[in-house]
Write a protein that binds this ligand. Structure first.
Ligand code: LMR
Length: 417
């Protein structure tokens, strides 16, 4: 039967979901999951945000509650509210009607829509998209599957565990005019390293000078600092301060992490035009609608109605902001605890990067071999790149994780001697 097809090769499991499957099968009672980026409370349990619980009640009790189809664009109060979360209430782009929004299947769906739209229609530059080195594992395959050429820009300098700004700017300057650059808006995945404001200003000015088209991947707004405004800095700088004037900006927005709606697939794509052009805006919208209609007919309703309830209710919105602080401050506390414990143990190496980094992840610097030993010997699961989801740490497991890291680091040191 397989002769009827060519090249249907069995692929290895997805690195992140494969890791999760191995973790689930592990019968050790003290195993620790630092793999997929999903928030856990201090008992290691998934956390339904109080804002979400209240919004769900409000939604279910509402006389308008139903399971009808949404429009092809999605739930309008959701995606207009979502644009305000990114750009702020007083954004000139919103006030002037320059933002075209479409509900998507979370951030990945938005990235797919962006890639497909550019592949079909982008003509001002090459179909080459630059991704940070390293980046979220799924970025490359999403864009390659769509037929875009994927290249990388230097981002993480392993020697200094800091941003390779020079390399980043060089690549921007050398890339063909009008190339596509994907930027992590905040809480860079996997490194947890974000440019500071001054570095962002330089990066955005360089991109504008070469008329490159920017896609922002905004999957962690509110997670880095606990503050929605601060975490939107590069987006608002580029758009509200008109630093980027020559091309539209695309924003791929996920509510998986910051509202804790992982499995509900709530997200949006926003195409922000630099100048008002209603006809072009309507044309973009109609083309995004066509893609959605062909692929999923219309977006899922439940999660977007919950997020919309939060975004459009003053009390729930302020509860959500408190929930963001709860999550981000617990993660910061765990960063401090892990670093302090490693330093107390005298684990070879320096560990300040754990607290210097931000958001859900820490790029620990552990090697693939050390990560493998952590999993096999200690039941501590993280991605082979050394990325650890700090959200998986809690008061009950941080000592165990520090001891395990200490053991694998010392073990590989001694095996080298
Ligand atoms: C992660 O990077 O762990 C998350 O974004 C989950 C995913 O879909 O890969």
């Amino acid at each position: 039967m397989s002769k009827l097809f060519t090249n249907v090769k069995e692929l290895p499991p997805d690195p992140l979901f494969g890791l999760k499957a191995r973790y689930n099968k592990d019968s050790r009672s003290d195993k620790v999951d630092l793999g997929i980026g999903a928030y856990r409370d201090n008992n290691g349990k998934p956390w339904i945000l109080p804002a979400v619980r209240q919004a769900e009640q409000k939604l279910i009790n509402s006389p308008e509650y139903n399971h009808e189809y949404l429009s092809i664009s999605g739930f309008e109060p959701f995606y207009t509210g979502a644009a305000k979360v990114l750009l702020g209430d007083k954004s000139p782009a919103i006030e002037e009607g320059r933002v075209v929004s479409q509900q998507s299947l979370s951030g990945t769906g938005a990235l797919h829509l962006a890639g497909l739209f550019l592949k079909k229609f982008y003509s001002a530059g090459p179909h080459t998209i630059y991704l940070s080195q390293p980046t979220w594992a799924n970025h490359k395959q999403v864009f390659e599957t769509l037929g875009l050429t994927v290249k990388t820009y230097p981002y993480w300098d392993n020697a200094t565990k800091s941003l390779d700004l020079k390399g980043f700017l060089n690549t921007i300057n050398q890339a063909e005019l009008g190339s596509i650059f994907l930027l992590h808006a905040c809480a860079h995945n996997p490194t947890g390293l974000d440019p500071n404001y001054e570095q962002w200003n330089q990066i955005l000015a360089a991109l504008e000078a070469k008329k490159h088209l920017i896609i922002f991947d905004s999957a962690y707004q509110g997670f880095a600092s606990g503050d929605l405004e601060k975490d939107a800095y590069p987006i608002r700088k580029a758009i509200n301060d008109s630093v980027v004037k020559s091309t539209p900006i695309i924003i791929c927005q996920s509510f998986a992490k910051n509202v804790g709606m992982y499995g509900e697939r709530v997200g949006a794509i926003h195409v922000v035009l630099p100048t008002k052009d209603d006809a072009f805006g309507r044309a973009i919208k109609s083309q995004l609608n066509l893609i959605i209609r062909c692929e999923i007919s219309n977006p899922p309703a439940y999660g977007s109605k919950i997020v919309s309830t939060i975004l459009n209710d003053k009390e729930l919105y302020s509860q959500w902001r408190k929930d963001l602080v709860t999550m981000s401050s617990r993660i910061i506390k765990m960063r401090n605890a892990l670093r302090a414990k490693l330093e107390k143990l005298g684990t070879p190496g320096t560990w300040n990067h754990i607290t210097d980094q931000t958001g859900m992840f820490s790029f620990t610097g552990l090697t693939p071999e050390q990560v493998e030993r952590l999993e096999k010997k200690h039941g501590v699961y993280l991605v082979s790149s050394g990325r650890a989801s700090v959200a998986g740490l809690n008061d009950g497991n941080v000592d165990k994780v520090a001891n395990a890291i200490d053991e694998v680091v010392r073990n590989s040191k001694s095996s080298k001697l």
